[in-house]
Design a protein around this ligand. Structure first.
Ligand SMILES: NC(=O)C1=CN([C@@H]2O[C@H](COP(=O)(O)OP(=O)(O)OC[C@H]3O[C@@H](n4cnc5c(N)ncnc54)[C@H](O)[C@@H]3O)[C@@H](O)[C@H]2O)C=CC1
Ligand SMILES: CC(=O)C(=O)O
Length: 423
């Protein structure tokens, strides 16, 4: 009795056959030595097939390990039982074109995964993390809940090849800031991680869209764009989506209405230099600024400005309480993914290349409301900003440029343009 078997589905005949080996290595060796195999098996003897004829069968996935992404191995006994129960008609498809990979299975990565799974964004979710045991544990844990999910296919590990053929890669890997620390202090450390990680993703998914979540989100989106070589519409960051939802929730509380019915934007930077667009905040078309012309100013007796202070302090406040933030961002990233995969053309304030907009004349990635569809960023909204809002946006762009220019992109296949390398 051989320990391992390879079940092979012949593309054209749709018939199953198998070869046996004492172990998986022996089977691999046999396959790589012979580009053609003579297969002796019940129904059809000594037929020749080429490796390209071989297509995987993918049910009972938990037990499989793939080889060349094409052939599946599993204990002989299981194969025998399986072939007794199932007449295979067609190979099961591994990737139906909406594969989502989440890189970084930390607090944010797992919250994103749960939100993606809970809302049925993809039929194929992959989790990758440098810390192999942790990600394997997370994947096993999630798989055990898969009978309650709309689409139960979840896999992952510490090997980037698992991301092959991703339509969307969500990057949550990286260090997080401490409570009270600016996200911008993480720029070089997390950029070094992106320089290693992004080329791996592109190697396996050259057509992918990259959605950056790690901090400082806007600056890392710029780094990912540089390092990936992707067109700018395919590289975006979560931007001020979280800041904007925090803002809307706080306004909604004041009015006791649903935050979905509060129309308000924060743009400019995910962080301490974010810009609330008071000039356009409205509920059912009723602009708050028309009713309180001082809204958002220091001399406003109603002190609406405190809401923005609360938005800026929100991450720190949650970190003081539980050490990290993850659910708010996870849910919004899943919503952005849904707009991209479902071509929903929903608008989110994401980090995009602002060159040529609002008087910005450099490749600076910062959050602006943009339409997200299956191409990634389809349009950027031309906002009617007040003079103060425009000036703040230009100041923030100048600050982000300083940070971008300070980042040394080492080891990537791009010319570093940091101040040090230029001089
Ligand atoms: N954009 C936003 O709105 C938000 C961004 N964040 C940011 O998200 C990032 C992640 O935060 P957490 O999940 O809380 O951190 P975490 O420490 O819980 O998880 C980070 C994960 O990244 C993994 N990792 C590190 N280097 C890697 C590499 N080269 N390849 C694969 N995996 C790698 C680590 O093993 C770890 O599991 C931080 O930068 C944080 O500041 C957090 C909340 C909101
Ligand atoms: C950590 C972070 O960026 C946030 O919660 O806003």
């Amino acid at each position: 009795m051989h320990d391992f078997a390879i079940e092979i589905n012949r593309n054209l005949s749709s018939e199953n056959t198998s070869i046996a080996a004492h172990n998986e290595d022996e089977a691999r060796r046999t396959l790589s030595r012979n580009k053609k195999l003579n297969i002796a098996h019940n129904g059809f003897k000594n037929q020749q097939i080429t490796i390209s004829d071989i297509v995987i069968l993918t049910s009972l996935r938990t037990y499989y390990r793939s080889f060349l992404n094409k052939i599946v191995f599993f204990p002989n006994s299981e194969m025998n039982i399986r072939t007794k129960i199932l007449w295979n008609v067609q190979p099961h498809l591994e990737n139906v074109g909406d594969k989502v990979s989440i890189i970084g299975a930390g607090m944010v990565g797992i919250a994103t995964a749960v939100s993606v799974l809970g809302t049925g964004v993809t039929k194929n979710l992959v989790l990758v993390d440098a810390f192999g045991d942790k990600v394997k544990g997370e994947v096993m844990d999630l798989q055990q809940g898969s009978l309650f999910l709309k689409y139960p296919r979840i896999s992952g590990g510490n090997d980037f090849s698992a991301t092959q053929g991703s339509k969307l890669c969500i990057i949550t890997a990286g260090v997080r800031q401490e409570a009270g620390e600016s996200r911008l202090t993480l720029a070089q450390r997390n950029s070094d991680i992106m320089v290693k990680l992004v080329p791996e993703l592109i190697k396996y998914s050259p057509e992918t869209i990259l959605l950056m979540v790690g901090n400082p989100c806007d600056v890392l989106t710029y780094v990912a764009w540089k390092v990936s070589g992707l067109p700018q519409h395919k590289v975006l960051g979560a931007g001020t989506t979280l800041d904007t939802q925090r803002f809307r929730v706080l306004i909604a509380k004041k009015f006791r209405v649903n935050p979905a019915n509060v129309h308000a934007w924060i743009i400019g930077e995910h962080g301490d230099n974010s810009i609330p667009l008071w000039s356009s905040v409205n509920i059912s078309g009723m602009k708050l600024k028309d009713l309180n012309p001082l809204i958002g100013r220091h001399n406003d007796p109603e002190k609406w400005i405190d809401l923005h202070r609360e938005v800026i302090g929100a991450a720190g406040a949650i970190q003081e309480l539980k050490g990290y933030t993850n659910w708010g961002v996870g849910m919004s990233v899943a919503a952005m993914a849904r707009s991209i995969l479902g071509n929903k053309l929903a608008i989110y304030p994401v980090s995009v290349n602002a060159n040529g907009k609002y008087g910005i004349a450099d490749d600076i990635f910062l959050p602006l409301p943009a339409v997200l569809g299956s191409n990634g960023v389809c349009d950027i909204i031309n906002l009617n900003l007040s003079p103060e809002e425009l000036a703040s946006l230009q100041d923030t762009a100048a600050l982000l440029k300083t940070v971008q220019d300070g980042i040394h992109i080492k080891g990537a296949d791009v010319k570093c343009k940091c101040r040090r390398c230029r001089t």
